[in-house]
Design a protein around this ligand. Structure first.
Ligand code: M6R
Length: 607
């Protein structure tokens, strides 16, 4: 959480570059935003509680231009969101200023020592301790001072630091928090992720833990954890700046929902050939599936729900037991891991702390690890044995939509790839299942064409306080994702349950007007699901059905959205797209900012 950016250059105005970059990083947190820049020899700091817009308003009359600056967008951990606790933080004598993403775990101990030695603090944050420490330990050399600081601090950090005696440089470092360096002509950048610098450069270095970097306008020097000056690989980023803009849409979320057919096509084009063969040989090199006797899929939030669908596909296709777990629980559930275990970690950002820690744990126990991630060079992809990238492009809206469907699709392809390779599936069935992906694309396009029907329903349900999402089998996994989408952007309390489970207690909550969303894409179970609709309707519930053509839900529900057949395994994903729209339009009707829901951040880099 939190996003940081730094700029050193003569090609643009640092203030402008930083504000543009912060806009791209705001998905990482929006409790406050701040900037520090050099004005002559003076460091100017401006920071404001709340979204970046507040800072922009505040800065609109600043005429100064600058060649060096750092910026921050905050997701509060230590200290409530106020101007005072906003970054950048500076030392008491204001010679050092910094921005920080991460948590300094031993900050209290360090703060106590500094307080005892007479240092005065001006915030409640852990980050300020680093600024004060840097100032106190300053020996005239940026690198040697940073090394002394690093020796004392414990925890996760990406730091960008300016010292007033070095008006042309910033020094940065990272440990367990992401930091990239963007390289340009007469200008260089650091940022928490590439989207912040894409407008200016596509040449990017992903720093490693322990790296320190000194950034000037025409020089970037990297030192590894042993202080050896090193060259790191320069990556060409394929994402373009336009992908990270709203491109004419009112919100990122709807843009990202509507990009899904195109992403499905791209995934199919890139990962299969004209004979329908899945091209995962390179991505899965070194994994001897004959030797694998247990597969875990581990992730958080929406990525976990994608994992549950993956589990369903693999079980059905491979006929073996697959285990799925939430990353924050995995390490404590005593998973049985040997060198015959394949552990798959699903993460859009590739930076989710619990997912990273779960991978570390699985590796230590001897598992082969496979990352499914959307972000090139993210920590998860660097640390996994093998990687398959989802091809969703930058996902900016906090609520995951296109990354989710891309994850489901990659898990689907992975199941088919393993299934065919190990003759768990016949060629004919395989081809038919691959062709379902094309149907999926067409059927999602149909949903997009008819989205107004969903908007009309959203207007009816927008004032609901409580609701249930129900489904059976794979539809129950979709119910979980639909419920999360509704909760996170609308602040409506919803719960998802297997449809048959409701009567074992939760039905007590059904009364007049309670929303019940029912998903039914497997017609074999349709009649049973319809019985559950009757049970809740008899008690006053307002039922919205999302079901496959031919389902009896059309008659039983108060409102009904029909989806078309994309095969047993993929039709549920089309239902999930309907539920993304339902959540989006509900927030739209309520006038909420669905791209930046309260209390949330896109990457959860704390435990
Ligand atoms: O970046 P990750 O995929 O690891 O993120 C995991 C969850 O935090 C994420 O899926 C979250 O649940 C979504 N933002 C919800 O829409």
């Amino acid at each position: 959480m939190c996003g940081i950016i730094g700029y050193s250059g003569s090609e643009a105005d640092a203030i402008n570059v930083i504000l543009e970059g912060l806009e791209k990083l705001e998905y990482r947190g929006y409790d406050s935003a701040g900037i520090a820049f050099l004005d002559g020899n003076k460091i100017i700091i401006e920071k404001k509680e709340g979204k970046l817009q507040n800072l922009k308003e505040h800065l609109k009359d600043v005429a100064t231009k600058s060649n060096l600056g750092i910026g921050h967008t905050r997701w509060a951990t230590h200290g409530v969101p106020t101007d005072r606790n906003s970054h950048p933080h500076y030392s008491e004598n204001k010679d050092v200023v910094l921005v920080h993403n991460g948590i300094i775990e031993n900050y209290q101990e360090l703060k106590n020592d500094l307080l005892t030695s007479g240092v005065k603090f001006s915030s409640d944050t852990d980050s300020e301790v680093v600024a004060q420490l840097f100032s106190k330990l300053f020996d005239g050399d940026l690198l040697s001072t940073l090394n002394k600081v690093i020796e004392k601090i414990r925890g996760s950090y990406a730091l960008a630091i300016i010292h007033k005696d070095f008006p042309n440089k910033m020094i940065c470092c990272k440990n367990h928090s992401p930091l990239i360096v963007g390289l340009g002509a007469k200008q260089n950048f650091v940022a928490s992720d590439v989207s912040a610098v894409l407008k200016y450069t596509k040449d990017v270095i992903f720093l490693e833990d322990g790296d320190k970097v000194i950034v000037e306008q025409d020089k970037v020097e990297i030192f590894d954890k042993d202080n050896k000056s090193i060259e790191r690989k320069i990556n060409k980023i394929e994402w373009n700046f336009e992908q990270a803009t709203k491109g004419g849409y009112e919100h990122f979320m709807i843009k990202e929902i509507e990009e899904q057919p195109e992403i499905i096509e791209k995934t199919l084009n890139i990962y299969t050939d004209k004979n329908f063969d899945i091209k995962f040989d390179e991505q899965l090199e070194g994994i001897n599936f004959q030797n694998i006797d247990r597969i875990y899929i581990v992730a958080c939030g929406t990525a976990y729900y994608a994992g549950l669908q993956g589990q369903y596909f693999m079980k059905k296709i491979l006929g073996i037991d697959i285990f799925t777990d939430i990353a924050s629980e995995f390490r404590y559930n005593e998973p049985i891991i040997t060198d015959r275990t394949l552990a798959i970690f699903v993460s859009q950002s590739g930076e989710t702390f619990d997912t990273l820690m779960s991978m570390k744990y699985a590796k230590e126990k001897g598992a082969k690890t496979l990352a499914i991630s959307n972000v090139l060079g993210s920590t998860l992809t660097r640390e996994a044995d093998n990687v398959i990238y989802t091809l969703a492009g930058p996902e900016i809206s906090v609520a995951s939509t296109k990354a989710y469907s891309s994850q489901v699709l990659v898990l689907y392809l992975l199941s088919l790839y393993i299934g065919l390779k190990f003759e768990k599936i016949q060629e004919k069935e395989y081809v038919s299942l691959i062709k379902d992906i094309t149907k999926l694309k067409t059927n999602i396009e149909k949903i997009i064409e008819n989205k107004n029907t969903i908007y009309e329903i959203a207007k009816i349900i927008k004032d609901t306080q409580n609701g249930f999402y129900l489904g059976r089998g794979i539809d129950e996994k979709i119910a979980r994702e639909g419920s999360l989408k509704m909760k996170e952007i609308n602040y409506i309390h919803t719960e998802s349950l297997p449809a048959g489970e409701l009567k074992h207690g939760s039905i007590a909550l059904i009364e007049n007007g309670v929303l019940v969303v029912v998903i039914s894409t497997d017609l074999e179970m349709d009649e049973k699901t319809v019985s559950n609709i009757k049970e809740v309707k008899a008690r006053g519930a307002y039922v919205v059905g999302v079901a496959k053509k031919g389902s009896l839900v059309s008659e039983a529900a108060d409102k009904y959205i029909e989806i078309e057949d994309s095969g047993l395994l993929l039709t549920p994903l089309t239902a999930a797209i309907v539920l993304q729209y339902l959540a989006y339009y509900t927030a739209y009707a309520k006038g909420y900012d669905m791209d930046k829901p309260r209390n949330l951040a896109k990457s959860v880099t704390v435990e």
